[in-house]
Design a protein around this ligand. Structure first.
Ligand code: CAA
Ligand code: FAD
Length: 380
């Protein structure tokens, strides 16, 4: 067993850290306030290879492993979780979904642009009446011979306003339950496809989240992903990798808040000494450090499982469950260590605390991760 990073991994981590410090940190508070994220920054992430981290270079990707993906996600998330969710969705839901299950034509047409960041992708599973209960899809796709006609509503879609390519899950045969669900590639601008207003959110405010409407949207048959009826399994398999991305986002949020709290506690004085010298604060730092390290182990184990070709359904669920809990709990502690300064935007920890909450909700709530884990445990 070897816990050390390779020289290449260290280089990749340092490049992401440098980018986060020099490009993401300036303006992060303003972007959070204004709920924006400039295209120019997305392009820069694409230029660095962050939009197609694990994609084969023959499709324009960076050809890195899942450990590299986790390292990049952690560094971006320490500074700006709105940037990292964009990266996570594009990489582990959209690019991975197409690379693993798309046809060669679909890869050439869509993946090559998504992997470089020339195009941005969205993953559309959730609906007003089908969130955790994802098999209850109400969006329909009717087979018309050479094309499908899609009708319905998807909500909470990350990158919803800025994407070019949308992977849309829909019910093609209600009688067949989850075996009658398919996944489709829908392009922005297809007639009948409308994007609703941006949600006004608690956290990850720079990331755009939208409701999407499909009114008789004609999608060519060649845009279906996989065999007929593969859509639900496509979503589940893709989400297992996505959960590694969100787990590493949670890890980064927690680590970012911890680093700020540690620094602050060595500078701020109370009762004649730096506050880190008060045992109550020192023990908080000890707990934070331990919890974050434990989360990192689970996140790395899930990424390692993926790189080794092992099944990672359970390890990714455990990583997400634990890292998101750590993110929520430890960002609250980081605010506490900052005292009143923790409550204002200038010190960043209040934003990290707000951003942490979403990691317990999206890509399967913590309760859903426990369903996945408990089923695996019982199945053996
Ligand atoms: N891989 C392959 N197949 C899988 C699978 C997996 N990981 N998980 C389930 N399946 C298969 C099952 O084997 C079953 O197939 P068979 O009948 O052929 O055996 C089929 O899928 C149905 O599975 P279940 O009976 O387990 O389905 P369920 O209704 O009990 O639901 C669930 C399972 C795990 C709760 C699932 O509905 C789920 O994950 N819900 C959460 C949805 C979610 O994560 N949404 C995220 C949206 S994307 C997002 O959020 C992005 C973002 O924020 C940035
Ligand atoms: P519900 O399913 O209604 O759950 C409500 C509560 O009940 C939760 O606490 C849940 O854990 C609990 N619960 C439900 N069922 C059970 C059960 N069986 N046992 C125990 N507890 C249960 N979706 C996408 O498809 N693509 C995206 O890009 C995307 N991005 C998102 C971005 C943001 C900012 C947000 C807020 C959401 C996003 N989502 C996206 C949707 C997200 O995946 C769902 O919100 C999530 O899966 C939960 O679904 P829900 O909101 O309908 O909650």
């Amino acid at each position: 067993m070897d816990f050390s990073l390779t020289e290449e991994h260290i280089m990749i981590r340092d490049a992401a850290r440098d980018f986060a410090q020099t490009e993401l940190l300036p303006g992060v508070i303003e972007r959070d306030n204004a709920q924006t994220f400039p295209d120019e920054l997305v392009r820069k992430m694409g230029d660095l290879g962050f939009m197609g981290i694990m994609v084969d270079p023959k499709y324009g990707g960076s050809g890195m492993d899942a450990i590299s993906y986790v390292l990049i996600m952690e560094e971006l998330s320490k500074i700006d979780a709105s940037a990292s969710v964009m990266v996570s969705v594009n990489n582990s839901l959209v690019c991975y979904g197409l690379e693993a299950y798309g046809t060669e034509e679909q890869k050439q047409k869509y993946l090559t642009k998504l992997a470089t960041g020339e195009s941005i992708g969205a993953f559309c599973l959730s609906e007003p009446e089908a969130g955790s209960d994802a098999t209850s899809q109400k969006t329909t796709a009717i087979d018309m011979g050479d094309h499908y006609v899609i009708n319905g509503t998807k909500n909470w879609i990350t990158n919803g306003g800025r994407s070019d390519v949308y992977l849309v899950i829909a019910q093609t045969d209600r009688e067949k339950g989850h075996k009658g669900i398919n996944a489709f590639i829908v392009e922005k601008g297809m007639p009948g496809f409308d994007i609703g207003p941006k949600e006004d959110k608690l956290g990850i405010r720079g990331s755009d989240t939208h409701t999407l409407q499909f009114n008789d949207v004609k999608v060519p048959k060649e845009n279906r992903i996989g065999e007929d009826g593969f859509g639900f399994k496509f979503a589940m398999k893709t989400l297992s990798g996505g959960r590694i991305g969100i787990a590493s986002q949670a890890l980064g949020i927690a680590a970012g808040a911890y680093e700020l709290a540690l620094k602050y506690s060595k500078e701020r004085k109370a009762f004649g000494t730096e506050i880190c010298n008060h045992q109550a604060i020192a023990f908080k730092l000890a707990d934070m450090h331990t919890e974050i390290e434990a989360a990192r182990m689970l996140v790395m184990k899930a990424a390692w499982d993926k790189d080794q070709g092992n099944n990672y359904d359970m390890s990714s669920a455990m990583a997400k469950l634990y890292a998101s809990k750590v993110a929520m709990e430890q960002t609250v502690e980081a605010v506490q260590i900052h005292g009143g300064n923790g409550f204002v935007k200038e010190y960043h920890v209040e934003r990290l605390m707000r951003d942490a909450k979403i990691t317990q909700i999206y890509e399967g709530t913590s309760e859903i991760q426990k369903i996945v884990i408990s089923r695996g445990v019982i199945r053996g």
